[in-house]
Design a protein around this ligand. Structure first.
Ligand code: HAM
Length: 469
């Protein structure tokens, strides 16, 4: 190897210095860019995934009101709570809801699990509850077996008002009897779910009979629609061969006259199916549950037989666009899923849509949903007092007295302003002196009068003042 001259060595050194600084510069720039990207990202934050939403505390009272009502109804009508997994075998829904339906063909969140099996986020819960009934051998129990649930469902739908990709359903399902009284009971529960909160609804109802009756009807429907082909929208032309029952769902203006004159499924039902339907309607009449016969109502899931229904907000002339909930009989599903023949009937309400209807009615003053308000405000002055206040808050937990407070504020003036803005009638004040004396000041916010009471007696005194005894 040739020996390097001193000048050359110096040059190399100089160059490597230049190179190093260049490299460093690039790295520094890269790091800066990365930092800048991270910064912009963290500044911009992350958006919620399309079709999903946060439920914020300002909606809490509506969710609570609906949940409590569902719980009360379940208890009264003796539905037992069931919680099934969110992740299920994808085929469970392909088998039950059916190929060719929008939910299965277009909307399921299907993915491969780590072991290669095909699983999905449940798009609804009726199939899951049926699976649970079969898995648990519940036909051995006293029939009917009745369940209720509340939880998230997932459908990769086109997001719009009232339509999300993650949404919640409340549901009631009854297994083990084909008695029309149980169809009526489910419809009554669905109706009461809204009525008890002061919400008026319209129940649209129809019967789609047995699969054989439906098949004969479909043939008739296809024959009729074929003769009207030239009047139909693009979608309906496809539906004639693909999914004829969906012809009845079409909202396109140009298809309405054709739909109006279309054969009605009710005319294709046999005596038994007709008699079942008539009995359900008689029960509803007796119960005073209002309904509208809707000959075009067929529902979008394959498992239904006989009674089908949907619940709409009663918003007068303008008519509601989307259903609050829907349900019906699914007498053949358990058997199709490998269980024993088990007639069943159920309903699911969309929670987000129900919350929106309740909130809207509350804002219009048509119903009153109690606000989650506090009874008193607790103000503290100084470290010692804050410690004592936290203790008092904890002690008063069982008392039913709801207390607002703000431990990040120290000045009494600011805390009284907060109490004022909340329009609370009383403020409890704990300062240095009260900590030492074991007392608390109760201030009447209207009169401004203050009294000092023993901390041990504050619960009873407040209860009296609030009219809770
Ligand atoms: P469904 O009609 O598909 O029926 O859904 C019931 C309700 O869930 C709808 O009326 C609607 O309020 C709500 N819902 C459906 N999709 C969405 C969405 N993308 N965003 C927001 N809300 C939605 C069923 O799921 C059946 N399992 C009902 C049933 C129970 N049948 C017998 N038992």
């Amino acid at each position: 190897m040739k020996k390097m001259t001193t000048t050359k060595k110096k040059e190399v050194k100089k160059n490597s210095f230049v190179q190093r600084t260049g490299k460093e510069k690039i790295e520094k720039a890269k790091a800066g860019k990365e930092a800048a990207t991270t910064e912009t990202r963290s500044k911009r934050g992350f958006n919620v995934v399309r079709g999903m939403r946060d439920v914020l505390p300002k909606e809490e009272r509506y969710w609570k009101a609906l949940y409590h009502n569902a719980e009360k109804l379940a208890e009264h009508f003796q539905f037992g709570r069931i919680d099934t997994p969110i992740v299920e075998d994808a085929n469970l829904f392909v088998r039950s809801i059916g190929k060719g339906t929008d939910v299965v063909d277009k909307e399921m969140y299907v993915f491969e699990d780590r072991d290669g099996s095909k699983v999905c986020l449940r798009p609804e819960a009726t199939a899951s509850v049926t699976r649970a009934y079969i898995n648990g051998g519940m036909w051995n129990m006293q029939q009917p077996v009745k369940f209720w649930y509340w939880g998230p469902m997932f459908r990769h739908d086109r997001p719009q008002a009232g339509r999300y990709r993650e949404f919640n359903q409340v549901g009631f399902e009854t297994f083990g009897s084909d008695e029309p009284a149980l169809d009526a009971e489910i419809i009554l529960v669905a109706y009461n779910f809204y009525k008890d909160l002061g919400l008026s609804t319209q129940i649209h109802i129809n019967s789609i009979g047995t699969p054989e009756e439906r098949q004969r009807y479909k043939t008739e429907l296809v024959n009729y629609y074929r003769t009207k082909r030239s009047y139909l929208c693009e979608d309906c032309r496809l539906r004639i061969s693909k999914n004829p029952l969906r012809l009845l769902d079409c909202k396109a203006e140009q298809c309405q006259p054709v739909k109006e004159d279309a054969p009605q499924i009710i005319d294709w039902l046999g005596e038994e199916s007709k008699s079942h339907f008539m009995k359900v309607l008689e029960y509803l009449d007796e119960l005073g549950v209002p309904y509208v016969l809707q000959s075009t109502l067929v529902r979008g899931l394959d498992y239904y037989t006989h009674t089908v229904f949907e619940v709409y907000p009663d918003v007068g002339e303008e008519g509601a666009q989307s259903a609050l909930g829907g349900g019906g009989r699914y007498d053949l599903l358990a058997e199709e899923m490998g269980g024993r023949p088990t007639p069943a009937v159920g309903f699911s309400g969309g929670v987000e849509r129900s919350v929106a209807y309740l909130k809207d009615s509350d804002e219009k003053g048509l119903v009153k949903v109690p606000k989650l308000e506090s009874d008193v405000f607790l103000a503290q002055l100084g470290d010692e007092a804050r410690r004592r206040s936290l203790q008092l808050l904890n002690d008063l937990r069982e008392s039913g007295i709801r207390i607002s407070y703000n431990f990040s504020k120290n000045s009494l003036k600011t805390q009284l302003e907060v109490a004022n803005s909340l329009a609370l009638p009383y403020v409890l004040i704990i300062g240095q002196k009260e900590v030492q004396d074991g007392t608390v000041i109760i201030r009447d916010m209207e009169s401004g009068v203050q009294e000092t009471v023993d901390q041990k007696k504050v619960e009873n005194i407040l209860k009296k003042k609030l009219g809770r005894v």
